[in-house]
Design a protein around this ligand. Sequence first.
Ligand SMILES: [Zn+2]
Length: 284
Amino acid sequence: MNKYTIEQFNNQFPDDDACLEWLRYKLYPQKIYCPICKKPTKHHRIKNRKAYGCDYCGHQISPTANTIFHSSPTSLRLWFYAIYLMSTTRRGISAKQIQRETGVTYKTAWRMFSKIRSLLQEDTPALTGEVEVDETYIGARKHGKRGRGAGGKSTVFGMAQRKGDVSATVTSDLKSATVYPIIKERVMPDSMVYTDEFRVYDRLKGQGYHHKRVHHASKVWVIGNVHTNTIEGFWSVLKRGISGVYHAVSEKHLQSYINEYAFRYNHRNDSSPMFFHFLAQIKP
Ligand SMILES: [Zn+2]
């Protein structure tokens, strides 16, 4: 992945105008559709407004409308800078760090942080070929709840295509009725699926998958190419990130943190900088 330095950022996005122009050409690469003229027309920048006007009828549109920037009093340049900060660090940064770096209030920083992270839910193609499927537990122990060795933590169900993408979902439990619909939606039939010995996976073969497993309880982690090291690698990055950067995550927000880590993971081999993958997700 190519580096995108703070100098490059400052050169490309020196002020609000530069950010607005970038957004305008991202959302409307050519002419802008004018609802009054009922056709795509040329538009010009309206001075001192985050808007462009139709050359013929003067109707105005704002590229920020219905995006994460919608009606935000925070300057577009600060938003772009927060996106830069969140995308450029390997493990992400917290709302507290955004507050410190940008000088906005904690409430504003938290709002920006949540909105930016909401961009990172991505529809990736279904996994295929060699796919590792595994479950894990994240978060603080909750009293009075039990799961499979979970001690009441949140259950997360995930899958990773070797040399490919990951997909992970917070689930209410790990019953067949919960996990099989996820597998069927996220993994192509006829794929080779690797798991541990957990009994929920007993039915995989009957569901149109090839299936091999390792027996973790017997401390067997790898037999030839049968292992779940890829998805476990993702779990460890996710857990280290959550405990190191965010300290703890409530169940309500857990899925969006997972989406952020999956997004980074799934773009890890792209040549263009992560900053532009984040920006590419902005839509009305
Ligand atoms: Zn018009």
